[in-house]
Design a protein around this ligand. Structure first.
Ligand SMILES: Nc1ncnc2c1ncn2[C@@H]1O[C@H](COP(=O)(O)OP(=O)(O)OP(=O)(O)O)[C@@H](O)[C@H]1O
Ligand SMILES: O=P(O)(O)OC[C@H]1O[C@H](OP(=O)(O)OP(=O)(O)O)[C@H](O)[C@@H]1O
Ligand SMILES: O=C(O)c1cccnc1
Length: 478
């Protein structure tokens, strides 16, 4: 996977290597600037894939051969790459954690060569998985305690997106997936019904449902192939009556039409036939907006299947996370902070190597906000904490009686994995408990309050000092 990178990373590496500075130390941090879907929180996902990628990062013999064949790079540099290994240190948010814009979510520290190489792959992973996990959380937030199944593989942007997307969806709160490979590889519970093709094969609902019932114990019948109310549901009831205890008549699925109207009618029909416990599943281009709308219309839907709009993160297909250098070794062997300046305040990076602390009220456990500090600062040692908005410093508060939890955890130290990953189920459950600590004002799906991500005084002063230094440097050029 070492070639899963942009050519410019290798070009820069060639410069560092040729100039003899490749082994200088550097620190990069990943952050994003805008909350996805204008949501009040984002759900972190992608660490498992990052670990798999970094663990075995090397250039194979055919990679080296290919690089030579391109004529794009220096031959000696390519030969150096043949022995490349990742020896860096990685700190990261853990999967299922809630994350916010303008805070570092992953930090990579190591030689210039290795930290530069991994930029593209890390962003590739995070920019997709975080939007899908967040979209899933938004959907789950509206669905509540009802089951929600991930149905997106057929509509996903190819194999990898289907696989990692469904894992991200499970982290974001989905209960199961139709993707059997994801079930095998990740242990996500698999679920599913049947398609219209089954009904078309038998050319009528009754024969199709009967055939399915004769070959399965648990039965969910798709009732909308020809006519939901006149044919689909009556046929499902007839088959259930005939099969009795031989089957578990679990549900019917509706996949078209006015699902509020149909679900209410179907509920009446099932109840009248003596099947009050049989559930109604809905699918068809759903997302949090249609689900909320259906609920407000009083739709009698008990479970949901969601594909396209989730797996493609349709309303925001990428997070826009960036990977910025925050500190680098100078010629004298000292680490110096660095930043990317911009006329646009939102585009500026924050210099220095950081830790992120989640500040909770000790009494109610609710989040007060996140505090980005320079490494070495420890808010746990303080009795009271002054928190202020770094862009509007007049917005501030002093917090006492608080807990501070460091969010960036050691994943790799000097190339060795030190982080033991939880099971995917633990990650799935952890997200819910993180959500419980978030005030409702940040959790609502429309126009949520902006969660505070503050800089410590030291971190803020460091940034201001650096902006001043860069301004002076630019002024001197004129
Ligand atoms: N009562 C409702 N209120 C709001 N949206 C609904 C309601 N019922 C269905 N929808 C949504 O409206 C959209 C209808 O899409 P579409 O026109 O493709 O469906 P259809 O014609 O019923 O079915 P088909 O998939 O066979 O074309 C879907 O996104 C569906 O989830
Ligand atoms: O609508 P989505 O959110 O993307 O969910 C997945 C869709 O995939 C299936 O449709 P498809 O027409 O592919 O096959 P089917 O015959 O099973 O309906 C299913 O019936 C859903 O409508
Ligand atoms: O099992 C289902 O009902 C299913 C699976 C994939 C896509 N649509 C529906």
């Amino acid at each position: 996977m070492a070639l899963q990178t942009d050519a410019y990373e290798l070009s820069m590496m060639q410069t560092y290597w040729r100039q003899g500075i490749g082994n200088r130390h550097a620190v990069f941090e990943v952050f994003f600037r805008k909350m996805p879907f204008e949501n009040g929180y984002a759900v972190f996902a992608g660490l498992n894939h990052i670990i798999r990628y970094l663990k075995d990062l090397h250039f194979s013999a055919t990679d080296i051969e290919y690089l030579h064949s391109t004529g794009f790079f220096d031959d000696e540099f390519i030969d150096y790459l043949a022995n490349f290994k990742f020896h860096g240190t990685v700190r990261s948010m853990v999967e299922g954690e809630l994350v916010f814009n303008h805070e570092p979510i992953v930090q990579v520290e190591g030689t210039l060569l290795e930290t530069q190489l991994v930029e593209t792959a890390l962003l590739n992973i995070l920019n997709y998985q975080i939007v899908v996990a967040t979209k899933a959380a938004r959907i789950k937030n509206i669905v509540g305690n009802q089951p929600v199944m991930e149905f997106g593989t057929r509509r996903a942007q190819e194999f990898d997106a289907a696989l990692w997307g469904t894992r991200a969806a499970y982290i974001g709160g989905f209960d199961s997936t139709s993707n059997v490979r994801a079930g095998k590889l990740f242990g996500i519970p698999i679920a599913g019904t049947h398609a219209h093709a089954l009904v078309q094969t038998y050319m009528n609902d009754y024969d199709a449902f009967k055939a399915y019932a004769q070959t399965h114990h648990d039965c969910t019948f798709l009732v909308d192939t020809f006519d939901t109310l006149k044919s689909g549901v009556p046929s499902a009831i007839r088959v259930a009556n005939e099969m009795g205890d031989k089957i578990n008549f679990k549900a019917v699925r509706i996949d078209s039409g006015d699902m509020a109207y149909l679900s209410k009618k179907v509920r009446e029909m099932l109840d009248d036939a003596g099947y009050p416990n049989v559930k109604i599943v809905a699918s068809n281009d759903l997302d949090e907006k249609t689900i909320l709308n259906l609920k407000t219309q009083g739709a009698k839907i008990d479970a949901w299947g969601v594909g396209t709009k989730l797996i493609t993160a349709m309303d925001q297909p990428t997070l826009g996370a960036v990977y910025k250098m925050v500190s680098v070794e100078n010629a004298a062997g000292q680490m110096v902070d660095t930043m990317k300046l911009s006329n646009n305040v939102a585009k500026m990076s924050t210099p220095g190597k950081h830790q992120v602390w989640r500040i909770n009220d000790k009494k109610d456990g609710k989040n007060e906000g996140d505090l980005v500090t320079l490494v070495g600062e420890d808010p746990r040692k303080l009795d009271s904490l002054y928190m202020f908005d770094p862009n509007y410093t007049f917005l501030n508060k002093t917090v006492t009686d608080f807990n501070a939890r460091p969010l960036l955890q050691d994943i790799f130290v000097d190339g060795k994995q030190v982080y033991k990953e939880p099971t995917l189920k633990e990650i799935h459950d952890a997200r819910q408990s993180h959500m419980d600590r978030l005030w409702d004002e940040y959790r609502r799906d429309l126009n949520p309050e902006v969660y505070p991500v503050d800089l410590s005084q030291k971190c803020y002063d460091n940034k201001m000092k650096m902006i001043k230094q860069i301004h002076e440097y630019v002024r001197k050029l004129h």
